[in-house]
Design a protein around this ligand. Structure first.
Ligand code: FAD
Length: 239
């Protein structure tokens, strides 16, 4: 399994992709568009911004001129969800080998931790622990050792004491990554998001449009949704 890298490598093969460049300002004028980073400025005829919703919500990017009120309201009206992963490599599975997902119901009634079992797909004794929502902020503050202990305690709850320790653990801290600051857009509780996403789907001008999972009215929070929005924005601007 090579993951989504296979898709992005293929898409990027014919393009000039710059990584490690942090955009600070997007200037969208009738005559041109510019994206300004710390040390360089990119000037173009057309600009598609796929900055994540969290980056837009944080106000980390200056827009010149400022975004129209309807776009600001749409960005404000959506929420950004939290999700972190700990991938654990064990000597051999001690859990049901044929189950794709294992869920632990916590005492407060929420599914606070669930596990993806990689064994059916790859034959690897990998479990990915997923920590979601309100449990994330405390979890990302834990040391690697404490985080693994917490996940192992959950597994021991389900499968009994005396479990083997993982050989290797790799964990995310997307909440603390300034370029993601979380996982993906979510609806605000009780507020349908369709209208906000539909606003963001419309190009801001003839030269400037938004893309990204948060701008797809029907398939938000997914890779295919994000992919489709990029095509939509490109076709809209190219006419
Ligand atoms: C734990 C988890 C599990 C998931 N599981 C699935 C799944 O099973 N199936 C599925 O379809 N989707 C899944 N998703 C959702 C999917 O990953 C996202 O919806 C998708 O990656 C969003 O793509 P995007 O291009 O909109 O945003 P992103 O992938 O967030 O891309 C935004 C880009 O902007 C860059 N950026 C941010 N700030 C700046 C800046 N100032 N200057 C320049 N660049 C900047 C970031 O580095 C990033 O590369 C999952 C997500 C998470 C977190």
């Amino acid at each position: 399994m090579n993951g989504y890298g296979t898709l992005t490598d293929g898409l990027a093969a014919a393009l000039d992709v710059r990584t490690g460049v942090s955009v600070r300002e997007i200037e969208w004028r009738d005559s041109l568009v510019r994206a300004a980073a710390d040390d360089e400025t990119f000037e173009a005829d057309l600009l598609v911004s796929s900055l994540s919703l969290a980056v837009l919500k944080r106000g980390a990017i200056t827009f010149a001129p400022g975004l129209p009120a309807v776009y600001r309201a749409a960005i404000e009206g959506l929420d950004f969800g939290l999700s972190e992963k700990s991938v654990m490599d064990f000597e051999a599975p001690f859990w049901p080998r044929d189950r794709d997902v294992i869920i632990r119901a916590s005492e407060d009634g929420c599914f606070s931790l669930f596990f993806n079992n990689h064994y059916p797909a790859s034959g690897d004794a990998f479990l990915t622990a997923r920590v979601l929502g309100r449990n994330v902020p405390a979890f990302v503050e834990l040391s690697d050792e404490a985080a693994t202990n917490q996940v192992m305690d959950a597994l021991k709850d389900m499968f009994g004491a005396g479990l083997p320790e993982p050989r290797r653990v790799k964990r995310s801290r997307w909440l603390h990554d300034p370029n993601s600051a979380g996982a993906y857009s979510v609806d605000r509780l009780g507020v349908p998001s369709f209208d906000h996403r539909s606003v963001l789907a419309v190009p801001v001008s003839d030269r400037f449009a938004f893309a990204g999972e948060h701008t797809h009215p029907c398939y938000p929070s997914t890779v295919h949704g994000a992919y489709l929005t990029a095509k939509r924005a490109a076709y809209a601007l190219l006419g």
